[in-house]
Write a protein that binds this ligand. Structure first.
Ligand SMILES: Cc1cc2nc3c(=O)[nH]c(=O)nc-3n(C[C@H](O)[C@H](O)[C@H](O)COP(=O)(O)OP(=O)(O)OC[C@H]3O[C@@H](n4cnc5c(N)ncnc54)[C@H](O)[C@@H]3O)c2cc1C
Length: 355
């Protein structure tokens, strides 16, 4: 019998599986490849909130765990996926200079915000109000990390199929799916959780983001730019540029208005022509109260959910996976901010329409 079945292999499934692997627990991952937020994300790793120049929620804790997990992964898998890359933050107005300088001297933030304001832009960039640097931040090559992990799994540990909810059998102390028995099942489905018959009651709102890939020889590979949107180097002469936030449209279809928005921001920043080579969209798994969704089903105790990584899965995934593991395996309590018990009043069972 397997220890667990994991449904969905984005950042949540990856971090949970990594946690199981570290603890010598056997698993089967079932995930339809190529979909979801993780494989489309910019991969930016930054624990500060640039709109307000503050630390993000539990930013220091998430930062410490993420740094150590990604280093561990690189060492164990002998690969390079986690790049320490500065972010150059371009100001929108002069009044932010003072706010930045004040923030850069605060304990905690001083680890990330360099106090110096630079008034001369890099070649080819327009910077009316100058910029400042974020240090100790960077990017994760998410696609490479996920691929490196899958590559080393045997055929019994990974299946690139859509999970069929109707085929899951809930037995006394285990679950069974198409002949495979496991102690429990963890749903790490990102926005597709909304189709899950057991957990669709949770208020996963979703926030669509569109992005472009652009080609240019004029931008540096050695820094990320933040100027309304992020410009992230992905390989020689190729950059990820995004992204907008749309809470109404719940499709993964790229739109003309999304592209126009990105291009207008980009043209305000870049003083040279570039080639757009791709345009895509995906949905971030954001939650009503902006906190993750971790826990077990209110009635079916062998069913678990690990979701709600929102806009910062690279940063939060590693520590959340640890909390999840301790909850599932060691029966430790989850921090109340992330436990799905906070939405227990949303749950009705059996579903009203079935009664
Ligand atoms: C445009 C965009 C840019 C972003 N940029 C950043 C960034 O720079 N930094 C950052 O930290 N975060 C970023 N994010 C957010 C980040 O992508 C998410 O926090 C994170 O990827 C969510 O991971 P997840 O594993 O929960 O979901 P997902 O990545 O969506 O993974 C879920 C996986 O499960 C699969 N799945 C679901 N249901 C089933 C089923 N029934 N059967 C089989 N497979 C199933 C899906 O196909 C998918 O592959 C961005 C998101 C978007 C959309």
């Amino acid at each position: 019998m397997k220890h667990a079945i994991i449904v969905g292999f984005g950042l949540a499934g990856f971090h949970y599986a990594l946690e199981l692997q570290k603890n010598n627990k056997d698993f089967l991952i079932i995930s339809n490849e190529g979909e979801g937020a993780s494989r489309n994300a910019g991969g930016v790793f930054n624990p500060t909130v640039l709109k307000r120049f503050t630390m993000s929620w539990r930013g220091n804790e998430f930062f410490d765990q993420a740094t150590s997990t990604y280093r561990y992964f690189e060492k164990t898998y002998k690969t390079k996926v986690f790049h320490k890359t500065p972010i150059n933050y371009y100001f929108n107005n002069l009044s932010d200079h003072n706010n930045w300088i004040v923030a850069s001297h605060k304990s905690g933030l001083d680890h990330f915000l360099s106090p110096q304001i630079i008034n001369i832009a890099d070649e080819g960039l327009k910077a009316e109000f100058g910029y400042a640097k974020l240090k100790n931040v960077g990017k994760l090559d998410i696609n490479k990390a996920l691929e490196e992990f899958i590559k080393r799994l045997d055929l019994k540990s990974y299946s690139s199929k859509v999970f069929d909810y109707g085929k899951l059998k809930l037995l006394d102390n285990k679950v069974k799916y198409m002949g495979v028995e496991a102690k429990h099942i963890i749903f790490c489905e990102g926005f597709q959780l909304r189709k899950n018959p057991w957990f669709s009651y949770l208020p996963l709102i979703g926030s669509k983001g569109e992005f472009l890939h652009i080609k240019t020889k004029k931008l540096s590979q050695k820094k990320i730019i933040k100027s309304g949107l992020f410009v992230v180097p992905i390989q020689t002469d190729l950059f990820w540029v995004g992204s907008n936030f749309d809470r109404k449209d719940k499709t993964s279809k790229p739109t003309k208005s999304g592209k126009d928005w990105i291009l207008s921001k980009l043209k305000r920043l870049l003083d040279f022509p570039f080639e757009v080579v791709d345009h895509k969209a995906a949905i971030r798994p954001t939650v009503q109260d902006r906190r993750p969704l971790l826990g077990s089903h209110p009635k079916e105790k062998n069913l678990y959910v690990f979701n709600g990584l929102g806009t910062r899965g690279v940063l939060t995934g590693p520590l959340l996976a640890k909390w999840m593991y301790r909850f599932v395996v060691e029966k430790k309590k989850l921090p109340s901010e992330v436990a799905i018990e906070r939405f227990e009043t949303y749950f009705s069972y059996p579903k009203k329409q079935d009664v």
